[in-house]
Design a protein around this ligand. Structure first.
Ligand code: G3I
Length: 321
C-alpha cells in the first residue's frame, strides 16, 4: 500500500507481556509486526521518562533495539514523543534551572541520535484541553512559548524529519481542533516548520461520526497540513456491559474499521497522508483494558495474535480503494 501502516509496540522490560524484546511471546509478536506493518512506534520507551531518566543521562538501549528491528525488516520508525505533560522523569517535574536550555538539550540530543533512522516525530503531544484552552503543565508554566521552541529545536536537529503535533478527540471536538489549527497557523506565520497533525483516534463504535471525522480531515488539509492517524483503536465495550466480542460485535467493528480507513483514503489526498498507525498489536495488551479496567477488544489481532474481523475491514478498505 502507498500509505504507511504502522503499529505501536512495547519494548521495555516493564511492558512485561507486550514487550517485543522481553516478553515470553516476543518472537511471535515480532513475526506478526514484521509481516503485517511497515512502520513501528515505541508505545512507551521513547517518552521522556524512559529515554531521559536523569538530567545528564539518556537510556537508548530499548529504543535502539526497536530501530534495529525496523532496519532488519525494512520498516520505518515514527518517534513518540518529545514533549508531553505525562511520562515525565522526576527530575523534569522538579526542574529549577533554565527551561529553554533544558528543552533544547532534550530535543536536540534525542532527535540527533535518531536523525539517520527516524523520519517523523511527535514533537508535542496533547497540549490542549477539549475546550481548546492550553493545558496546564510544567511546560506551559515554565516556558509559555514551548510549542514553538520545541518545533524549532526539532527542525534544527533534523531538517529532513516530518514534525507533527499529536492529540486526542480532535476528530470529534471542533473547538479543540480549531485551537490546534490556529496554533499550527501561527507557527507557520513565524516561519517555524510543522508538517501536520496527528489524530490519535482512540475512538469507539459510535463516536465520532464519519461526518465529524471527514470534516476534521478536510479542515486540516485546507490548512495545508498533513493528516496522520496516529494511535487508532476502536472500543466496542464502552459501557462495560459486553462480556465477549460476539460475532455480531466483531462484524460491527470490521465495518467501523473499514469505514474509517476508506474515509481517510477518500478524504485526504495522497500528498497530505502522513500514514495510519494502530495503537497496539493484540487486544490482550491494549492500554484500553489496563486503563478502563474492563474487557474490550479494540485492535486488529486477538489474544492469540490471530487476525480478527477488524483486520479484514482494514484489508478490504485498502484493497477496494
Ligand atoms: O512500570 C509499570 C510496571 O512496573 C507494572 O508492572 C505495569 C503493570 O501495572 O505497569 C507499568 O507501567 C505502565 C506502562 O504503561 C506499561 O504498561 C504505566 O503505569 C502506564 O502509565 C503506561 O501507560 C502508557 C500510557 O501511554 C502512559 O504513558 C500506555 O502503555 C500507552 O499505551 C499510553 O499511550 C498513550 C500515548 O502515549 C499518547 N496518547 C494516548 C495513549 C493512550 O493512553
Amino acid at each position: 500500500s502507498p500509505v504507511t501502516v504502522g503499529v505501536a509496540v512495547g519494548i521495555g522490560r516493564f511492558e512485561s507481556q507486550a514487550s517485543l524484546r522481553y516478553s515470553p511471546e516476543a518472537k511471535a509478536l515480532q513475526q506478526t509486526v514484521a509481516r503485517e506493518f511497515n512502520q513501528v512506534v515505541a508505545e512507551n520507551v521513547m517518552k521522556p521518562q524512559y529515554i531521559h531518566p536523569s538530567e545528564n543521562s539518556y537510556f537508548w538501549d530499548d529504543a535502539d533495539y526497536l530501530v534495529d528491528f525496523a532496519k532488519q525488516h525494512d520498516m520505518a520508525v515514527h518517534g513518540h514523543t518529545l514533549v508531553w505533560h505525562q511520562a515525565l522523569p522526576d527530575w523534569m517535574n522538579t526542574y529549577s534551572g533554565n527551561w529553554d536550555d533544558m528543552l533544547k538539550e532534550h530535543i536536540t540530543t534525542i532527535v540527533s541520535h535518531y536523525a539517520a533512522d527516524i523520519d517523523s516525530w511527535d514533537v508535542v503531544n496533547e497540549a490542549f484541553l477539549d475546550d481548546g484552552s492550553p493545558r496546564q503543565s510544567i511546560w506551559q508554566t515554565n516556558l509559555p512559548d514551548y510549542i514553538a521552541k520545541a518545533f524549532n529545536y526539532a527542525n534544527q536537529a533534523d531538517p529532513d524529519a516530518e514534525l507533527y503535533y499529536n492529540d486526542y478527540n480532535i476528530a470529534g471536538m471542533s473547538k479543540k481542533l480549531d485551537a490546534v489549527l490556529a496554533m499550527a497557523k501561527s507557527l507557520r506565520q513565524r516561519n517555524i516548520e510543522i508538517t501536520g497533525i496527528g489524530f490519535q483516534m482512540h475512538i469507539d463504535r459510535y463516536w465520532p461520526s464519519l461526518d465529524n471525522i471527514r470534516e476534521a480531515f478536510q479542515k486540516t488539509v485546507a490548512a495545508g497540513l498533513k493528516v496522520r492517524i496516529s494511535e487508532l483503536d476502536i472500543r466496542m465495550n464502552v459501557n462495560g456491559t459486553e462480556t465477549e466480542l460476539s460475532p455480531e460485535l466483531a462484524h460491527l467493528q470490521q465495518q467501523r474499521y473499514q469505514d474509517i480507513i476508506l474515509l481517510y483514503l477518500n478524504t485526504v489526498p495522497e500528498e497530505y497522508r502522513g500514514g495510519i498507525t494502530f495503537w497496539g498489536v493484540s487486544d490482550k495488551n491494549s492500554w484500553v483494558n489496563y486503563y478502563y479496567q474492563h474487557a474490550d477488544w479494540p485492535l486488529l489481532f486477538d489474544d492469540k495474535l490471530q487476525r480478527k474481523a477488524a483486520w479484514q475491514g482494514v484489508f478490504n478498505a485498502f484493497t477496494s480503494h
